[in-house]
Design a protein around this ligand. Sequence first.
Ligand code: NAD
Length: 322
Amino acid sequence: MRVLVTGGAGFIGSAVVRHLIIDKGYDVLNVDKLTYAGTLTSLLPVANNPSYRFVRADISDRRAISEAFSTFRPDRVMHLAAESHVDRSITGARDFIETNVLGTFNLLECARAYWQSMEDEGKRRFRFLHVSTDEVYGSLADDQLFSEETRYDPSSPYSASKAASDHLAKAWARTYGMPILVSNCSNNYGPYHFPEKLIPLTILNALEGKPLSIYGDGTNIRDWLFVKDHARALDLIAERGRIGETYNVGGRNERRNVDVVRSICAALDGLVPARRPREELIRFVEDRPGHDLRYAIDATKLEEELGWEAEDSFESGIEKTI
Ligand code: NAD
């Protein structure tokens, strides 16, 4: 199996590349531009593996991406390359439109040309998995869960750009009959996470005794999934998911942000005792504009149709992450 992964030097992409090579024995071509969020250090466990290849390229670069398809000849594409940080999208949305919308458009067009050029058996086997987020659904009331039928209602420039890219992927499936699937996942955490996001930032600041900033009153709720469980889900969806379908991925692990930070403090206090409980470092800061209150995923379709379930609880995942 030959898999072209975009964004494989990022947080989730690198977990996918490691899983496909180490656990599945697949050949992988990682296409990544190496923005501030990408680092090849996350791929050291596979860097010298003969099944691993890397091309530094922008997914918007038509010539480079066409060449990646024609030389590597993938059976599957797993598309993770994206600008992914909500705060950055608020202060500068252009990169988000360029990569998430125009980059996805270019990738779809290159994949279409390649897929149409394949012989029948290759065409039948080919899959394109577009990896997206639950943030496209917007904010939830207390008693609801996001299902695959939930109406799109994005709040931030990031989630709007991801919503646009999901629509492009679905349109390319319907219009051109391409074998495309879409996944929408809740918040991930785990090793190799860039320390601008809540969990890795809290761990590093807590270890250094720095203030632990939390937006608003800390009651925003996210549904946390350990990154390796997401990587396994994506492989399963690409392997056995129904063409043209969307699958929601989530760990049924809803936590208020303040409780996430408190549990990291408690775990660190146990592992690396400090003079004072690290919870005392918590500071509440002005809320992010348009901050969605709650995300929570109903993953029943993925669980019942493809037999997936998360292996790590929040507690075991946080311990591994620390
Ligand atoms: P990340 O920011 O850690 O990594 C993104 C990677 O994409 C980086 O390696 C970067 O260099 C690369 N990249 C960016 N622009 C590129 C371009 N124009 N061309 C080629 N490569 C480019 O992101 P992540 O957290 O690993 O997220 C991966 C995907 O999963 C994204 O599509 C994101 O929307 C989605 N997602 C993330 C989460 C989460 O909690 N992090 C949850 C659900 C879905």
